[in-house]
Design a protein around this ligand. Structure first.
Ligand SMILES: Cc1ncc(COP(=O)(O)O)c(C=O)c1O
Length: 464
């Protein structure tokens, strides 16, 4: 049974087993009357004590998920309706990881170098802003965000991405996650579905499905979402995509697919949500154009400062077509009134005085060195046993290792020996089999020494 145990987590082991079996039952992956492994064999498979498994089974029996009959073992109970908003992927292994103290090398993707966040500059600016803004700035502000920030983002987008938009269209949100949540909410129709890339960031998939949507996975390959597969689907609210750097495989959506995506959206009267989460960090070739510029009426562009600066500041933005502005604003208002305003003034000044672009420029150089070092170490320890995907942009790469399958027990073994890796299979809705040899390696937050130690350890264990 596919269960992932994180022994470093603060969540009790029996609770981890309980939650994952529960998810499998609710999502329909474990059907009524299906027999569960014996507590003895599951405890062996997961390297956990039999008591831990007994405790989880007992709880599931108590809550009616499982039944235990003498002589026939433990089976899934009858009459549990598939819970439609639960995605059929292993959520628990991919929920945003809480920051916990750990002594392993964590190749988690998408984390910038937190130790290089311009702390002093940010603190000084924050203090200067607090000391100089008028008292009225401490009042409630517009749900759309602080005007100064919206204005500076519109200019920044034009300078760096060639995107032409008016500050009025820019809605400040607390990160991509909130933006996507609000979009899902305002576009919701009970008989409409959402088309999503597969594989996908599971936290964001959960954000969409938490609104009650059924989603349809559209396979992504090394060129991003395969738009030939869109045709059969109708009654679609929106399509979620990462065209500049498919997450996690790294492909760039070619123009032919971009055009057919837009055509599909026009024909089906739906929107495209473009998640542009890390395209500023492009190491090879010219910056990739946005999908937004092809049709600003059909594309909702979402940007985030989580990777450019830090995920803790919770600042992002959306470019909305005019026709959505009036429905969006009350939705944001009822959600959190507005995103915290003082940080918005700080970020506006940080952009206006050139600090953001300087910071990105500096980090891009550092990340390029880390990326090159990672590739060098992979070459040294694995020679021709691997293939890299998506290395031109971003804060992570995907590596496919010939003849190595990243099973749960291998992932667990690696963790116990000091290295945490992320199998691509965990991010798949369908076609998991195709990705069993691939892992995601996030490198931006790791020092060169940590990268070397991590890859050496990986080689030692994989070559055993
Ligand atoms: C694909 C993708 N989109 C967006 C984000 C940023 O999310 P947020 O702005 O909510 O921090 C991430 C962060 O990991 C991501 O991987």
């Amino acid at each position: 049974m596919w269960i992932t145990i994180d022994k470093t987590s603060h969540i009790a082991l029996s609770r981890q087993v309980y939650s994952q079996i529960k998810e499998l039952i609710l999502s329909g992956s474990l059907a009524a009357n299906e027999k569960l492994p014996s507590t003895r064999s599951l405890s062996k498979e997961l390297s956990l004590s039999r008591n831990t498994i007994l405790e989880s089974y007992d709880q599931l029996i108590a809550e009616g998920y499982l039944e235990s009959k003498p002589g026939s073992g433990t089976t899934v109970a009858n009459g549990i309706i598939k819970y439609k908003s639960t995605p059929s992927v292993n959520i628990s292994s991919l929920a945003p990881t809480p920051v916990i103290k750990k002594d392993y090398i964590d190749f988690r993707s998408g984390l910038p170098a937190l130790d290089l966040f311009p702390q002093k500059k940010w603190a000084k600016l924050y203090s200067d802003i607090c000391n100089t803004i008028p008292a009225s700035a401490f009042d409630y502000c517009s749900p759309s965000g602080v005007w100064e920030l919206r204005n500076s983002i519109s200019k920044y987008l034009f300078r760096t991405r060639g995107i032409q938009c008016r500050p009025e269209q820019i809605m400040i949100v607390s990160g991509t996650t909130q933006g996507l949540f609000l979009i899902s909410k305002i576009l919701y129709k009970s008989d409409h579905k959402v088309l999503v890339e597969d594989p996908i960031h599971v936290g964001l998939l959960n954000t969409i499905s938490s609104m009650g949507y059924d989603f349809v996975p559209i396979k992504a390959d090394d060129k991003g979402m395969n738009t030939d597969l869109l045709k059969p689907y109708t009654n679609i609210s929106f399509i979620y995509t990462t065209p500049s750097h498919q997450y996690p495989l790294g492909g760039i959506l070619p123009i032919q697919r971009r055009l057919s995506l837009i055509q599909y959206a026009c024909d089906n009267n739906c929107y495209i949500v473009e998640d542009d989460y890390d395209s500023e960090f492009r190491y090879e070739g010219a910056p990739v154009s946005s999908l937004y510029e092809l049709n600003p009426n059909k594309v909702i562009y979402i940007g985030s400062f989580s990777k450019l600066l830090s995920p803790a500041i919770r600042l992002g933005f959306m470019l909305l077509p005019n026709e959505l502005l009036d429905t969006y604003k009350p939705s944001k208002m009822y959600s959190d009134v507005h995103t915290e305003a003082i940080s918005q003034y700080v970020l506006a000044e940080f952009i206006n005085n050139g600090s953001l672009e300087k910071h990105i420029w500096k980090m891009k150089k550092i990340y390029a060195i880390r990326r090159n070092h990672l590739i060098k170490e992979l070459n040294q320890y694995f020679r021709n046993e691997f293939q890299i995907k998506g290395q031109a942009t971003g804060l992570h790469i995907v590596v496919a290792f010939k003849n190595i399958t990243f099973t749960q027990s291998l992932v667990q073994q690696l963790l116990e020996q000091g290295i945490k890796i992320y199998p691509v299979e965990h991010y798949c809705i369908q076609n998991k089999e195709e990705h069993i040899h691939e892992i995601i390696l996030g490198y931006a937050h790791l020092s060169l020494d940590q990268i070397s130690t991590g890859i050496e350890l990986l080689s030692k264990i994989l070559h055993q």
